[in-house]
Write a protein of this length. Sequence first.
Length: 257
Amino acid sequence: MAFEFILSSIEGAVGVITLNRPKVLNALSPELIGELGAALGEFEANPEVGAAVLTGGPRVFAAGADIGDMVERSPVDQLTRDQTGRWAPLTSFSKPLLAAVNGYALGGGCEIALMCDLIIAGDSARFGQPEINLGVIPGAGGTQRWPRTAGKYVAMEVNLTGAPISAQRAFQLGLVNKVVPAEVTIEVAKRLARRIAEKPPLALRLAKEAVNAALETPLQQGLAAERRSFYFLFATEDQKEGMRAFLEKRRGRFKGR
Ligand code: DAK
């Protein structure tokens, strides 16, 4: 599929999406978000893709939703444009999704990073929710995912002041997995994605689902769901292959079955 506002490619077992509106710091127009969803849909359907990397390129991740597109909108416009549906592929994507963040990840840009499963940050990365400066609040999870990750007080700070935090501070807060020199952010994320993509796909999928469920369910319910998925995986060829390969001292060859 040809895209106008993103670049999408498949490198081995890794799908790579680069947001591509550099003149407006990758501002997230509805069209861009639509293309992002479509590209993720292609990766979802392609069994060759084991994991995906989402980046904004070397300079900026995304400076948020397109303010020019939003300024004159009414509440009814907002409701009827099905924004939520447009953003949904980011959270329903079943394969591991890694964000490679350089420069600003602000507003919706930060929310996209927080929807990913792992975040590799360049030392230039800045994470923030500046919506307060525009007279609004985050609309894609900024008030909800920050407290779940960084705790109430940091969440209050970023949401009430609008000031971004550095990559290093984000790392200390557990918001990013790794901080690396900005020149290598994307390569480091791809390398990690390649390693993850070698794992058995069904186990990856259920592991991702289980970790995400932990944020939304009481412990006993989460443990029960984890157990069910654990038992289920014994119905897969990959479980037999993985355990046999271990015993035979060789690498497993996984098929996603
Ligand atoms: N939208 C449109 N254009 C933007 C933009 C944005 N978010 N951010 C930057 N640009 C444009 C600038 O207007 C400028 O365009 P020209 O003047 O060159 O034509 C160009 O990008 C370069 O920006 P600057 O000249 O401002 O560059 P600086 O380096 O000086 O500053 C900055 C960089 C990132 C600090 C600054 O651009 C900035 O503050 N940008 C706005 C950041 C912001 O407020 N973001 C939050 C937007 S609100 C929802 C889903 C999502 C959302 C809501 C609901 N649903 C599913 C319901 C999300 C909302 C938001 O993200």
